[in-house]
Design a protein around this ligand. Sequence first.
Ligand code: MG
Ligand code: MG
Length: 256
Amino acid sequence: MVLKSQGEIELMHAANGLVHQVLDSLTSMVEPGVTTRELDRAAEKIIRDAGAVPAFLNYRGFPATLCTSINDVIVHGIPDETALAEGDIIGIDCGVLYKGYYGDAARTFAVGEIGKEAQNLLDTTRRSLELAIAAVQPGGRLTDIGAAVQKHVEAHGFSVVRDFVGHGIGAALHEEPQVPNFGPAGKGPRLKPGLVLAIEPMVNAGSPGVKVDPDGWTARTDDGSLSAHFEFSVAVTEDGPLVLGSEQPERASATG
Ligand code: MG
Ligand code: MG
């Protein structure tokens, strides 16, 4: 595990700030009729105009700036000519490389009016991320994070995806350790100041199972149920969790 200096964490705050700027900008574009390719082009322009590089483009051959994951797609959906429809949910995951450091964050958006179960899934997943962030305490253990996610998600009758996990992040997009969204608390390495983790619960309305499309990327729920995904990059500090790049501090607060 690579521990970051204060200066490196400031650079990562800037990288993640750009990611959140992209996600904020896309919020007003997420409407029925917009295509995922249009969202992708808008994101790429913001990133390049800022002097940064899209982190996912060409990563292991991934063909786009964003991952756009609609309805039963859990993660890694590829932007294309698909138009969003009223009542869809869409997970948008964005990564950038800026001044040598990576930023990585994701949100799931409602397209117009969505159903009650879909809204509950979004609220539960976002809340599970807040609770996971609250578990990022110096001296705590790595699996405290996933335990917080799993407890909240399962209490709401949903399930946590096992096949994909969060990760360390820094000068590489994916660093040690892996950050599962499940498992018992109190295990794994101790959380030390300077560790930066991309925490990203993926939550299915039905079973936790995953199937991947023939494109090799698009990961769907195996039962066709809806899935949601939220992600923040978070630094461990002496004072507790520091959510990088967030201009929405209410999303980072978790009190119970
Ligand atoms: Mg991501
Ligand atoms: Mg990530």
